[in-house]
Design a protein around this ligand. Structure first.
Ligand SMILES: NC(=O)c1ccc[n+]([C@@H]2O[C@H](COP(=O)([O-])OP(=O)(O)OC[C@H]3O[C@@H](n4cnc5c(N)ncnc54)[C@H](O)[C@@H]3O)[C@@H](O)[C@H]2O)c1
Length: 440
């Protein structure tokens, strides 16, 4: 039995993501017992008193506060989850780094590439580990897709098609939450969903190097939703109507660079689709095959390999225990993993990275890379011209050698070995981020 490695957790903001991070920490020892990681829920912060009560009384935090600075100053807190609205990410991310706390920050990180770069520079200067909430990377079918592309099974990648279409604001009286106000959110669906899609494209295919974009706002006014109440799925019948300040839809033409140079494609995102609920799809086409993944069918992959024979065309593959971390959640294919499970994997990757173990997790440099695609798209939509996307050094998405199911299996073996030999017990202190700023 591995000796427990106790890690004190602080939480900033107890909304949808704050609850989900908390459940992920709580489930981690159950899903990955051999790692011996024991997150302790130490302190939660929110400006809404009822959410602090919930964090303490239901989620199990030892204490709560209305001031996030108390969480960062708490000596019992080793790592912190930053699940606040976007406008607070740069301020809190930099403060967490300066306080020497490793942080798991929700996407999009900053409201702009500039803000994310400031957080990345603070993390690098303080040498703290960071992680970013790009959960779709962790889907076992995506890990497998990545390993197929990296292994050359699809041949040379020629083009991709990605579409993240959600209906959370398809109701004209869907709430004007902080997501629709530029000062609070930054961009609209570009930051909210396109950032996820850009990260998936980076993770599976390679870095986006050039962008041409159009955007549109379908509903220009919505009823106001006060901060700390409801969710952005809420419909408000008689609320005060205020202007929507950012885009509902975006379409990008993209050209890849780096080891994916020559590949091109389209990326779309919408928060007002009627029909697709959370249809987050990625299609990758190569000279020898193609694949298609859609979050609404998260545990499946459509795969076509070769161009002749009786089975030419797409075959439906169901993720099972051989894919990524699937076997940690379900014993066999066909019994589905869910969205929340992706966050348990993300928590494992974050805390293993904190403990100095290789986990190929998304970090703040990956957020910067995705943010640069989003910022280039905003500029292009205004200028009508193609925009260059400056590369980011050191992203985990660029670690082609470390992707896919093979890496996951290997990592578990390592972890078990360390546990059996006691080497991982307490001994591995908190890791420091590899040197160098994030392409500052
Ligand atoms: N990875 C994903 O799939 C995913 C999904 C949803 C949201 N997100 C991201 O997570 C973040 C939070 O989104 P959400 O949907 O959980 O938001 P939410 O609106 O549900 O919760 C936000 C919380 O922040 C609190 N808050 C406001 N000001 C605060 C302050 N000064 N100090 C502490 N708390 C404060 C609010 O009271 C509220 O409880 C956003 O950055 C969003 O983009 C990521």
């Amino acid at each position: 039995m591995t000796t427990a490695r106790s890690i004190g957790v602080g939480l900033i903001s107890v909304g949808w993501m704050g609850k989900l991070h908390s459940r992920a920490y709580t489930n981690l020892p159950i899903v990955y017992p051999e790692l011996g990681i024991r997150p302790r829920l130490v302190q939660a912060a929110d400006t809404a008193e009822d959410r602090i009560d919930y964090a303490r009384d239901v989620l199990g935090y030892a204490s709560g506060t209305t001031d996030y600075r108390e969480v960062l100053a708490n000596p019992e807190v080793d790592v912190v989850s930053i699940c606040a609205p976007n406008f607070l990410h740069a301020e809190i991310g930099k403060a967490a780094a300066q306080a020497g706390k490793a942080f798991w920050i929700e996407k999009p990180a900053g409201r702009s590439a500039q803000e994310t770069q400031e957080i990345a520079a603070a993390a690098a200067a303080a040498g703290v580990i960071s992680a970013v909430g790009f959960n779709y990377r962790n889907a076992p079918a995506i890990e497998y897709a990545r390993s197929l592309v990296a292994g050359g099974k699809l041949g040379r990648i020629t083009n991709i098609r990605g579409a993240f279409f959600a209906d959370y604001s398809s109701e004209p009286k869907g709430a004007l939450s902080w997501r629709f106000i530029r000062d609070l959110a930054g961009s609209g669906v570009l930051g909210d969903l396109m950032g996820h899609l850009a990260d998936l494209a980076h993770y599976v295919v390679g870095p986006v190097a050039r962008v041409s974009a159009v955007t549109s706002t379908v509903y220009t006014e919505r009823p106001k939703l006060p901060m700390g109440q409801g969710t952005h799925f809420a419909v408000v019948e008689d609320g005060e109507m205020l202007p929507v300040e950012n885009e509902d839809y975006a379409a990008l033409l993209v050209a890849f660079g780096g080891d994916a140079a020559g590949a091109v494609g389209t990326l779309e995102a919408s928060r007002v689709s009627v029909g697709p609920r959370a249809q987050y799809s990625l299609e990758v086409y190569g000279t020898e095959g193609s694949l298609l993944w859609d979050f609404e069918r998260m545990n499946e992959l459509q795969l076509a390999l070769g161009r002749s024979g009786p089975h030419v065309g797409y075959t439906r593959i169901m993720a099972g225990p051989d894919f990524g971390d699937f076997g940690r959640f379900q014993p066999g294919a066909g019994t589905s993993m869910g969205y929340d499970d992706l966050k348990v994997i993300e928590a494992r990757k974050f805390l293993q990275a904190y403990l100095g173990e290789n986990s190929a997790h998304a970090d703040i440099r990956d957020a910067l890379a995705a943010n640069r695609v989003v910022s280039a798209a905003e500029t292009s939509a205004a200028s009508g011209t193609w925009e260059e996307v400056a590369p980011v050094e050191g992203t985990t998405a660029a670690r082609r050698d470390a992707g896919g199911a093979a890496e996951t299996t290997e990592r578990h073996d390592d972890a078990s070995d360390a546990g059996a030999g006691g080497a991982a017990d307490h001994g591995a202190g908190p890791a420091r981020e590899a040197g160098g700023t994030a392409d500052a």
